[in-house]
Design a protein around this ligand. Structure first.
Ligand code: PLP
Length: 383
């Protein structure tokens, strides 16, 4: 397995939810200037669209399309919401974290009528609750949910909810930003109309664009809906179909890097291979943190292997910024928590990171806490 080798001025390792640590070859792929309308570049764009469909286990022949969209993942989500929900209908948003809440803000900015099914940040929504709402409100035509809610690392039940959405005759939109490429998503079992993800999460590319995997018949039926010019999903798709190009300046370097990132994902054994590395990273991290007495926020039954939230030590000497800087001095970047009620920090397992890197971050946590004068292991938290 290749390790992260960029001595002696190696970048800090990113234990974050994206952007992530990428391989040297992904970074090197960007040392080129590509002409955005030249056929060489457009061949790369076309192949990326095909390979993303293959990664999802679907194809154009099977009725799916892949649309690339400039901007980070949020732009991709906003593009779908702005382009596919008809003006006279309602969107049901399932929210149990910051990314669900962000979609509520998007809808507000677009003056889009919505219904919200909000659950606590540690709890997954139930398919029964979704069914009840859909049966009560015939104006809801689309349902959107987040697969891995990166706020906590919770994994939401997309198969159960997707089934109910389909049975109720509505369309299903999935924010699979931090899961696609590393958590298996079976399009043949889950009726997904639109899936959104981005270049710089589990596929381990660099930031610059998001992408949407859409059921073609659903996409083609969205004519005239778009509430935005630059984020018009069908318009973008038509642009690719017309001349193979992005409508506006593409993130050329990010596209070149992504091509290599996709090859490295394929070489690792695709989604299954990447899943096993991330799951091992997660196991090593959680074992190490538990040994130090840290309490993970989520119950293991809903915890993904993407990112984990840990409670702050209950000790007056603990200060997050001090802790963060000590770990940064040791060459690693962790992430603050994003929970509304409980003080947490987060450690991600995704990106070009391996078990040895996870052991290294646990060691850094141990040293930082000890330097702050806090004895380890931490006392067990009472409930
Ligand atoms: C990262 C992420 C996004 C998009 O965030 P950007 O900062 O715009 O890339 C959306 N949803 C989820 C679940 C994410 O993890």
């Amino acid at each position: 397995m290749p390790q992260n080798t960029l001595p002696p001025t190696r970048d800090k390792l990113l234990f974050t939810p994206g952007p992530l640590t990428t391989s040297l070859s992904v970074k090197q792929a960007m040392l080129h200037d590509a002409g955005s309308w030249h056929s060489e570049f457009n061949t790369v764009v076309a192949s990326i669209r095909e390979r993303l469909l293959a990664l999802a286990g679907v194809s154009r022949a099977a009725g799916y399309e892949c649309v690339l969209m400039q901007g980070s993942g949020t732009f991709g989500v906003e593009s779908v919401l702005a382009s596919v929900v008809p003006h006279h209908s309602k969107l049901l948003i399932l929210s149990n974290g910051a990314y669900g809440e962000r979609m509520i803000l998007m809808a507000a900015a677009m003056r889009m009528p919505i219904v919200i099914l909000r659950t606590a940040e540690e709890e997954i929504p139930t398919a029964a609750a979704v069914r009840e709402i859909l049966q009560r409100d015939p104006e809801i035509t689309h349902v959107v949910m987040v697969h891995c809610e990166t706020t906590t690392g919770i994994l939401n039940p997309i198969a159960e909810v997707g089934q109910v959405v389909h049975e109720c005759g509505r369309q299903f939109i999935l924010d699979a930003m931090s899961s696609f490429g590393a958590v298996p998503i079976d399009f043949s079992a889950i009726p997904i109309d639109y899936l959104i993800s981005s270049a710089n999460k589990c596929i381990e590319g660099v930031p610059g664009f998001s992408f949407v995997i859409a059921r073609r018949s659903a996409l083609l039926a969205t004519e005239g809906i778009a509430r935005s010019l630059s984020l018009d999903l069908l318009g973008q798709w038509k642009g690719f179909e017309k001349n193979g190009q992005f409508r506006y300046t593409p993130p050329t370097h990010s596209i070149l890097a992504f091509q290599i990132a996709l090859s490295e994902l394929e070489a690792e054994g695709g989604v299954v291979g990447r899943a096993s590395r991330y799951a091992e990273n997660h196991r090593v991290l959680c074992e190490g943190m538990a040994r130090l007495g840290f309490q993970a926020h989520l119950s293991p039954s809903v915890q993904s292997y993407i990112i984990t939230s840990f409670h702050f030590p209950k000790d007056a000497r603990f200060n997050f910024m001090d802790f963060y800087h000590r770990i940064s001095e040791k060459g690693m970047i962790i992430y603050p928590g994003k929970l509304t009620k409980i003080d947490c920090f987060r450690i991600g397992n995704i990106g070009r990171l391996f078990a040895a890197d996870m052991r290294q971050v646990v060691r850094a946590v141990e040293e930082a806490v000890t330097e702050m004068g806090i004895a380890l292991p931490l006392p067990k938290e009472g409930f």
